[in-house]
Write a protein that binds this ligand. Structure first.
Ligand code: HPA
Length: 282
């Protein structure tokens, strides 16, 4: 047994794929898709309890996790990211397709656009950011050269082409803020100078924990607004929700296709991100 591997399993049949939905979590009545065989599952992890659904997407069983909770009652800084990713790991999930609402700092990314994230800058604080910090546990440093899985990103690009969905995939850097408030114009100006294109509150540490759990992870972000100071108007949560809702069906179609065309037996370096490392210990 490799002590770096995260342990645990559940008595639910294995699920290879997961979808993590954010604000306006997209799957449900709004998508117009009839979801058959929805199964609610409660998973107890060492970090806490997680409730998710197993749904059928084009004949494949997929775990659907709403990161803000079933009633959108968990703010970004209070999401139990470790429990969520651990629950998916325990289900046997190998690949996660995530979506998230983002504001745009770069006029090349417009409200309504679906954008594939390629990099992030982390301005969060006080969140539990690793699985590897227990007393006596080996220190692990995972590689973040490509924080969002290249293989899964290529599948999303293929899926967009196949379905005719417009997906901006030239590369976009996401800055993760602590929230739950929106940013000030001065903060947005700083983030823009640092190289951020998009801003949101939830991708970190979710993407990092997925890598530590050796799960491929990619995000198709939905641009809901221009960020503070770039937009002429004050930001409202309502506009974010409305844009997310408008993009729900597109995201569902994109993710369904990506799941369909992905060969799940194909290995990816994300899946050995920890176990493939040389031991730092003596
Ligand atoms: N800032 C932070 N998070 C967001 C935004 C924003 O402007 N829009 C959607 N999520």
């Amino acid at each position: 047994m490799n002590s770096r591997r995260l342990e645990g399993s559940v008595s639910v049949n294995k699920v290879d794929f997961a979808i993590i939905g954010g604000t306006g979590a997209f799957i449900g009545a709004r998508t117009g898709e009839k979801l058959n065989n929805r199964e609610k599952v409660e998973i107890s992890t060492k970090y806490g309890k997680v409730i998710l659904e197993i749904i059928e997407v084009g004949g494949t069983r997929v775990a659907l996790l709403k990161r803000h909770g079933l009633n959108h009652s968990i703010p970004p800084h209070r999401i139990n990211y470790r429990a969520n990713i651990m629950a998916l790991k325990m289900l046997g999930v190998k690949r996660i397709l995530a979506t998230a609402a983002v504001g745009s700092l770069n006029r090349e990314f417009k409200p309504g656009d679906l954008v594939l994230l390629s990099d992030f800058i982390d301005f969060t604080w006080g969140r539990d950011i690793t699985f590897f910090d227990e007393p006596g546990q080996e220190v692990i440093h995972v590689d973040m050269t490509n924080p969002y899985c290249l293989f899964l990103r290529s599948k999303l690009i293929d899926a967009a082409q196949d379905t005719g969905i417009s997906l901006v995939s030239k590369g976009a850097t996401y800055v993760c803020t602590q929230g739950p408030r929106f940013e000030t114009p001065a903060e947005i100006l700083i983030y823009k100078h640092l190289g951020a294109d998009l801003v949101g509150m939830t991708s970190v540490p979710e993407v990092v924990l997925a890598r530590e759990a050796e799960i491929c992870y990619a995000t198709a972000a939905i641009v809901t607004n221009y960020a503070a100071g770039i937009s002429d108007n004050p930001l409202t949560h309502q506009e974010v929700l409305e844009r997310m809702t408008m993009s729900s069906a597109k995201i569902y179609t994109l993710f369904s296709k990506a799941i369909k065309i992905t060969d799940n037996n194909k290995l990816c370096s994300c899946q050995t991100a920890v176990s493939g490392q040389e031991s730092l210990g003596g």
